[in-house]
Ligand binder design. Structure first.
Ligand code: TTP
Ligand code: MG
Length: 395
């Protein structure tokens, strides 16, 4: 019996919160991110703005050129979004006890046990969407399938406000036309190798014998790609899962050379990684910077910290110093991101229950500042408090 995995991803998340809270902005192009006239990027934009080809991580100047004059531009209010995110995660926990949050607006649920209680997968999905809408007034896209890969891909195909169910017997047809690059584990080295084999879609991958994939991609990736092309992937949802690493990266729609945009993007990645790490009670020592230059040249650089951390500023600082230490300045960047790993099991000599999922209190000593900042922001709003370094601060 295959499992039933549900992936939920809120639509145009920051922008939808802004439109919800400002009814006069609904139905209009809206950009959350840097201010026009300043350097920086689009964090996200409403679907009305996406029609003009604007996306997350696009430099704001470019977005302004594309968008009509009636477009609304707002600075992000992270605290407000974090609060809504918490509410949504609370709603999801009323649906299933097995919820794994993977980013500010995304989670996986194991809903295998719900069919006899609630009904077929489409009813479960509709219920999840309705509960979110009722609780926070936002639309979400839901994908349901036998594992994480299929659920995640399914939530994306009918955005916004989508609901896509892929039953096990339809997995093959669902995957066949998709570009092979959506499979996990396809990287800089792997993609060109598959292209050289004349492969474009997952259906094409499926034509290749396992042996060919192993030869060209190496044993591990070869098997992984072979299995995924047949819809076989991880179906475990575990909120307390020991993770190998927590990371976030941004692929720019166009190459970026402006260091300030790179810095801002890396700060966002640090905020996201820090927040997930604190919530799941991970403290890591190893910070990794990932960078990709046009078109496909990827580098990673790691630094081991003296003190394990889950702190936004510490994560950003380490990654940014790794960036600054290389002679990369001015090269057009396609992708930038950071990750944390090398978990520490102890904190101040006390064995820490790293993978416990209970409430985040009491927090580890050296992350108290971050937790306090999170709490203040949650209560009083984004701009109530900012670290000195944050470029999200107004002005
Ligand atoms: P996403 O879920 O990737 O995007 P989205 O929710 O805005 O739109 P979609 O309907 O396609 O899901 O990211 C969630 C939030 O994270 C997004 O609202 C803003 C923030 N974000 C950034 O700040 N910078 C980025 O580069 C990306 C990708 C997201
Ligand atoms: Mg989203």
């Amino acid at each position: 019996m295959s499992r039933l995995i549900l992936h939920v991803d809120l639509d145009a998340f920051y922008a939808s919160v802004e439109q919800r809270d400002h009814p006069e902005w609904r139905g209009r192009p809206l950009v959350v991110g840097a201010e026009p006239g300043q350097r920086g990027v689009v964090a996200t934009c409403s679907y009305e703005a996406r029609r003009f080809g604007v996306h997350s991580a696009m430099p704001i100047a470019q977005a302004v050129r594309r968008l009509p004059p009636e477009t609304i531009y707002v600075r992000p209010s992270m605290a407000r979004y974090a609060k809504v995110s918490q509410q949504v995660m609370g709603v999801l926990e009323t649906v299933s006890p097995v919820v794994e949050r993977v980013s500010i607006d995304e989670a996986y649920l194991d809903v295998s046990g719900l069919t006899s209680l609630v009904g077929p997968p489409a009813i479960i999905g509709a219920q999840v969407k309705a509960r979110i809408r009722q609780a926070v007034g936002l639309t979400a896209s839901v994908g349901i399938g036998p594992n994480r890969l299929i659920a995640k891909l399914a939530s994306d195909v009918q955005k916004p406000d989508g609901l896509t169910v892929v039953p096990p017997e339809q997995v093959g047809d669902f995957l066949a036309p998709m570009p092979f690059t959506v499979l996990r584990g396809i990287g800089v080295k792997t993609a060109p190798r598959l292209e050289r084999l004349g492969v474009k879609t997952i259906g094409d991958v499926r034509q290749l014998p396992l042996e060919t994939l192993r030869q060209h991609l190496g044993a591990r990736t070869g098997i992984q790609v072979y299995q995924q092309a047949r819809g076989l992937a991880d179906d475990r949802i575990d909120p307390a899962r020991p993770r190998q690493s927590i990371s976030r990266e941004t692929t720019f729609p166009e190459d970026v050379s402006d260091p300030r945009i790179l810095e801002e993007t890396l700060r966002w990645a640090a905020q996201e990684v820090g927040s997930i790490a604190r919530q799941t009670r991970h403290l890591g020592r190893v910070v990794t910077l990932k960078i990709r230059f046009h078109p496909f040249e990827t580098h990673t650089r790691s630094r081991t910290l003296k003190v394990p951390t889950a702190d936004d500023a510490a994560l950003f600082g380490a990654a940014w110093s790794l960036f600054a230490a290389e002679p990369w300045s001015g090269r057009p960047v396609r992708l930038i991101g950071l990750g944390i790993s090398g978990w520490s099991a102890t904190d101040g000599g006390v064995q820490m229950d790293l993978f416990e999922t209970a409430a985040p209190e009491p927090c580890p000593e050296h992350d108290r500042l971050a937790a306090t900042l999170d709490a203040i922001r949650n209560r009083f709003g984004a701009d109530a408090i900012q670290r000195g370094l944050s470029r999200r601060s107004p002005g």
